[in-house]
Design a protein around this ligand. Structure first.
Ligand code: ADP
Ligand code: MG
Length: 226
């Protein structure tokens, strides 16, 4: 039997209107995201990567086109009603890490499990295990501002994967890191993909990320270039 895509987007466009000016950020994009993909959406700045990733991540609504999650057509669902999908099924990694500054490393990683109402004992085991996996067992009690950029991105990777989401979206995850640190962070995600089967979708114009992709899509001016 043919495998269903985790996410299917078909002829998706996103326009922004400013008075009479209409900006086409993404135009007629069709894309299937399959289980265990390590998919990179590449393209120069302004090509629509973040816009497309936000639509895939149910953080933004397309202006036109259709979206399926696990075969369920969610094209006409509003973003609010998809909150449970975002909380339980999608992990997010951002260029600027977006950690909560007043929480410790441990608490940042625990937070998505609290939202998901995972019981305290299970939370402890999951957080400990995940922090060990990303090599931050010794940094549990630190605050984000006491960590290096690479360590912060490791925390956000742990926060994204701790809830075992069906898919992890990473918007230029290496852009704020030097190339060595970026390489280590990338290697960590590749390992999670290989050993745990975590599905990743990246936006990036980092050649090291592009080189690692299992599948590559190039965007130019909001459309996929063949
Ligand atoms: P990338 O992530 O590849 O740099 P973006 O998706 O951020 O590209 O942007 C694509 C285009 O859409 C750009 O022209 C950008 O200026 C425009 N754009 C993105 N977000 C917004 C927004 N919230 N409001 C207006 N225009 C936007
Ligand atoms: Mg962007």
């Amino acid at each position: 039997m043919e495998e269903l895509p985790l996410i299917r987007i078909k002829n998706v466009s996103r326009n922004y209107h400013f008075g009479i000016v209409n900006i086409r950020a993404v135009t007629e994009v069709t894309l299937d995201i399959m289980k265990k993909d390590f998919l990179v959406i590449a393209g120069p700045s302004g090509s629509g990567k973040t816009t497309l990733l936000n639509i895939i991540g149910l953080l933004d609504k397309q202006s036109s086109g259709e979206i399926w999650l696990d075969g369920e057509n969610v094209t006409h669902r509003n973003l609010h009603s998809l909150h449970g999908h975002r909380r339980d099924e999608i992990g997010y990694i951002f260029q600027t890490f977006n950690l909560i500054p007043v929480l410790s490393v441990y608490e940042n990683v625990e937070y998505p499990l609290i939202l998901k109402k995972v019981p305290r004992n299970e939370r402890r085991d999951l957080v400990e295990l995940t922090l060990a996996k990303v090599g931050l067992g010794h940094r549990k009690r630190h605050r984000p501002n006491e960590l290096s950029g690479g360590e912060r991105q490791r925390v956000s990777i742990a926060r994204a994967v701790v809830k075992s989401p069906r898919i992890v979206l990473a918007d230029e995850p290496t852009a704020n890191l030097d190339s060595n640190t970026g390489g280590e962070v990338l290697e960590l995600m590749a390992e999670l993909n290989r050993t745990q089967g975590v599905t990743f979708v990246f936006s990036s114009h980092d050649p090291a990320v592009i080189e690692r992709s299992s599948r590559l899509v190039r965007l130019k001016d909001g459309t996929i270039v063949p």
